[in-house]
Design a protein around this ligand. Structure first.
Ligand code: DX5
Ligand code: ZN
Length: 220
């Protein structure tokens, strides 16, 4: 299991030190939660742009960009210069298949591409795109803020998605995002998750190295 640490809850004044501690603890990715204040209520664009620019300058650990935005292309253009590993947009913001395919091809110019689905969105809705994308980001909380509890029903969705991917010989990664911690990571791993986004439960931990190692130990 790879760990993508959400830095949403990191305070600006502590950010340099926190990012450094996360690098020493070998987070696999930094998960950048971009919120435009339209698709979700919060607006984090300025702070996440500042954090991404800073991380680009101080580390080689890849950025995992999660766009919770309506105007996807606008934010792809803002964040692609930081050469992220993957840029993920929400299926719920596009109206039809043509638009989804256009965004997939647009993002592919810069990075891997992911599609994210909210807890209320059926996994079947993403099946037709699986051959064209690298990652499905399954939200295990309602997008918009950190520190929420994982919604148990979303684990069934992950199992269903994993079954479809396996049965169709696809190699699409499954990333889960929201409310993940030491108590539920094993169940998520068994359900088929390849990358776990961990925010609050890691950022508030005293020892990042111990916590990331424990998360990996419990999920391998
Ligand atoms: C929520 C974000 C998540 C969140 C994860 O909208 O997409 O990445 O920050 O943080 P925790 O682990 O605190 O739920
Ligand atoms: Zn996220």
């Amino acid at each position: 299991m790879e760990i993508s640490t959400s830095i949403l809850s990191v305070k600006e004044e502590e950010s340099a030190h926190t990012f450094y501690r996360l690098e020493l603890a070998h987070t696999d990715y930094y998960h950048i939660d971009v919120m435009d204040g339209e698709f979700v209520e919060n607006n984090t664009t300025e702070r996440m742009k500042m954090y991404s620019d800073h991380l680009k300058n101080i580390t080689n650990i890849p950025l995992d960009i999660h766009l919770m935005v309506k105007d996807v292309k606008k934010y792809v253009d803002i964040f692609s210069p930081n050469e992220p590993r993957c840029i993920t947009f929400h299926l719920e913001v596009v109206k039809n298949k043509e638009e989804v395919m256009e965004l997939i091809n647009y993002i592919k110019q810069f990075s891997k591409v992911g599609i994210s689905i909210k807890p209320g969105t059926k996994v079947e809705d993403v099946y037709e795109y699986l051959p064209f994308i690298h990652t499905v980001l399954v939200m295990t909380v309602e997008p918009g803020k950190g520190g929420q509890a994982l919604i148990p029903g979303t684990i069934e969705k992950i199992k269903q998605l994993k079954k479809y991917i396996t049965e169709n010989n696809l190699d699409t990664e499954i990333e889960a995002d929201g409310g993940i911690n030491l108590d539920n990571i094993k169940e998520l791993s068994q359900a088929g998750v390849d990358i776990a986004v961990v925010g609050t439960s890691l950022i508030k931990a005293k020892d990042y190295k111990y916590t990331i190692n424990k998360l990996k130990e419990l999920s391998d």
